[in-house]
Design a protein. Structure first.
Lengths: 441, 441
């Protein structure tokens, strides 16, 4: 979707300086989130598959090299040096769907300095967005674990890739599917769709619109009933269902997109049930987020599925994560950034998770990768020498991992409103190293 | 960047129903924003160039058609009918850079129903995001009209296209440029870059890092001075400047990325000025938005430029607009959606802007396109019969339009915090039409 020039200019100016100085030793960079947003007790790692694709395909095309030459910003010998550049390094990362917390590296790059630096912008761009959305979408899954949740948000997602990747990330988090057709084609995600108000309006007559639609979608007709008057439309659906039954067509469901969704659902359910249409489902949409879904579920609104759009696809309450990609080691020597409010834990690190006897996670330990400490290591080898170790892990496996990890979370962390702390202990080895580096500078 | 399947499934199911019913009369759809976010007194239209490119290139590839056939969701004769589909309709729109308000159509599509319906999702996806970002970025331009503003936000923009289009939209709104290289290549936007903390850290010695960088970027060195201690680093810059002066190299500036930016800038300015380095500029970055920029400008912090990232690229305080694409007329008959809280003004509309004797905008009138009313019409012909009327308007022209329109705004509307109302009057013809349609249903 984007080439190697989808990067910040400073990556290239730094590369030029490294080239001039012949600096290209082994660097270790780690990605992590400094602080969780207010309403996030945990995050869900996502986007690794796209990062692996990006790294595996990393190269400069001749058009890109020509443009760099013509820009007048770079020395010709430096641009020439980019011609053969590929990613030859190692990647260790938490598998997609892993639940993680602040300060924990979710991805570690070990590579020649220039390669590791060049890829910073796009790696963050991919990991940040999918993690942001998986971490938002999973909250709707917690709010309505038994409902059909569908991503409806392409139109207000931030551009094409956001539309596609939010479909992927929300499916990974437990959504049933998406309305975005291309996401279905590209990622194999189930796709869902009904009709728009314009369909009803173009017909003029609502009942005629319903009938035409049901006849062309005999196995999959979900009728949108709120264009004019929701309950009157429900009665039209009842009349139509009786008429179509003779033709062997069963309407699948109705969708309500405005007004008080809970009250309309109650009244529509009563109208449908009174006519014996108990199998006909009610699908709700319109400005939904996890809080509204939780309220509707708590009020026992008879809603079978939710279309969740804008607020999920933009993570509207927290539209970004405070993530970073930081140099932790160069040529075997640990490094530490000490900028005010942005200091990092130095060295090549690993996260170890501990569980109690029932399988619940109890705490994580942030240690050095070489430490001998107990617990399950969360970062696993992904690339070695630029090559993927395993066949691409399936999206389905990541989705299953989320399901499993949610079940192993301490109960308090699943609350949508109540903040709950999970212990992430920083190992003495990491603290000692930080103190030693501070003393050196 | 994305094909015709970047659309919602319901567009295709509706198209199939229209195909089965042989419905394909002329439809008129309009895009508008229902309600402005709390801290927006006006919006800036953007994204039209991408919409025109999309419409001009609209077609189904054989791979896309094959996928639709294999999906089992569509009738073969319907999929066949898509093979020759292109966009043959008309587009009228506000030129990019036009300032607009709630309920005002910014784009009107007049086309055969199926074409006009199919393009809904992607048109909104493009117009929504660029308008969102131009309307956010322009606030930083209002806060610091004399400073160098640079888009720094690729890494936390929502995917690749958001990175590229936010660079474009913020430049349109008045930013000087972007750090995103590909946006420079694709849109001809000036690009800016300095160095990352990792550059300093990889060297170990900060002064050596500065010197190496300045020697490889002799005309363009901006040194990042907050990795360890900002003021100590400023003294190192002073020493280096004296040393490099002998080699004919002048350091261009310094960047501060953490801590109290205003206080650090004061202290660094004093250090530089005391050494006679008055031409060396100070650039600030780190969690900036228009409010923080306004505070820094108000406090007379000696900052020459700002790198503004995440909060601009995600429009963090208001990450979406309540926009819609609604059928207003079909086969010559006006249409109105009446869903609760989402009712629309019916008919094919135009927006007329009025100005006072000094050239300041005073009010807009939302009228029917055929009304004879005074004022300057804001929607202008863009496509006729699927063909662009003019050569693609330059991004530079849109940027100039923003500048001009800002100057013509009533003063109160330029405030970042104080809400100010601008009068948008709904013409009697529109109200009468709405009442007539309501009576009919």
């Amino acid at each position: 979707m984007a080439g190697v020039l989808l990067t910040d200019l400073y990556e290239l100016t730094m590369l030029q300086a490294y080239f001039a100085q012949r600096m290209n030793g082994t660097a270790v960079f780690e990605c992590f989130v400094r602080k969780l947003p207010r309403e996030r007790n945990f995050l869900v790692a996502a986007g690794l598959e796209q990062v692996v694709e990006y790294l595996a395909g990393l190269s400069f095309s001749s058009e890109e090299l020509d443009w760099l030459r013509q820009s007048g910003r770079f020395r010709p010998d430096f641009v020439d040096s980019l011609a053969g550049l590929t990613f030859t390094g190692d990647v260790d990362a938490m598998p997609e769907g892993t639940i993680f917390f602040a300060d924990e590296p979710i991805l570690r790059i070990t590579a020649p300095l220039r390669e590791a630096q060049l890829v910073e912008s796009r790696i963050l761009n991919l990991l940040h967005y999918e993690t942001l959305i998986a971490s938002k979408a999973v909250r709707s899954v917690l709010a309505a674990p038994d409902a059909l949740l569908v991503d409806f948000g392409l139109r207000r997602a931030h551009g094409a890739e956001a539309g596609l990747l939010s479909a992927r990330a929300s499916y990974l988090a437990g959504f049933a599917g998406t309305a975005t057709v291309e996401a279905g084609r590209r990622f194999g995600i189930p796709i869902y769709g009904t009709m728009a108000h314009s369909y009803i309006q173009a017909h003029g007559d609502e009942a005629a619109a319903f009938e035409h639609f049901a006849q062309t979608q005999p196995e999959n007709a979900v009728l949108l009933i709120d264009t004019y008057d929701t309950e009157r439309a429900a009665h039209k659906v009842v009349a139509l269902a009786a008429k179509l039954a003779g033709q062997g067509i069963a309407i699948k469901g109705v969708r309500i997109d405005s007004g008080d969704l809970g009250e309309h659902a109650q009244r529509v359910r009563a109208i449908l049930d009174a006519a014996g249409l108990t199998a006909l489902t009610i699908f709700a949409s319109g400005n939904l987020d996890e809080h509204r879904v939780e309220e509707l579920v708590a009020s026992r609104a008879p809603i079978d599925g939710f279309g969740i759009g804008t607020r999920m696809n933009t993570s509207a309450d927290a539209p970004f994560l405070d993530c970073a990609y930081k140099l932790e080691e160069y040529e075997g020597r640990p490094r530490r950034k000490r900028s005010e409010g942005k200091a990092t834990w130095p060295g090549r690190k690993q996260v170890y998770r501990h569980y109690d006897g029932t399988g619940r996670a109890t705490r994580d330990v942030l240690a050095l990768a070489d430490d001998l400490v107990p617990g399950t290591p969360l970062l696993r080898p992904v690339l070695r020498g630029g090559r993927p170790l395993d066949p691409r892990p399936a999206l389905a496996a990541a989705r299953e991992r989320v399901r499993t990890e949610l079940a192993r979370l301490p109960d308090g962390l699943r609350s949508l409103r109540e903040p709950a702390e999970y212990a992430v202990d920083v190992a003495p080895s990491v603290r000692t190293l930080a103190a030693r580096l501070d003393a050196q500078q």
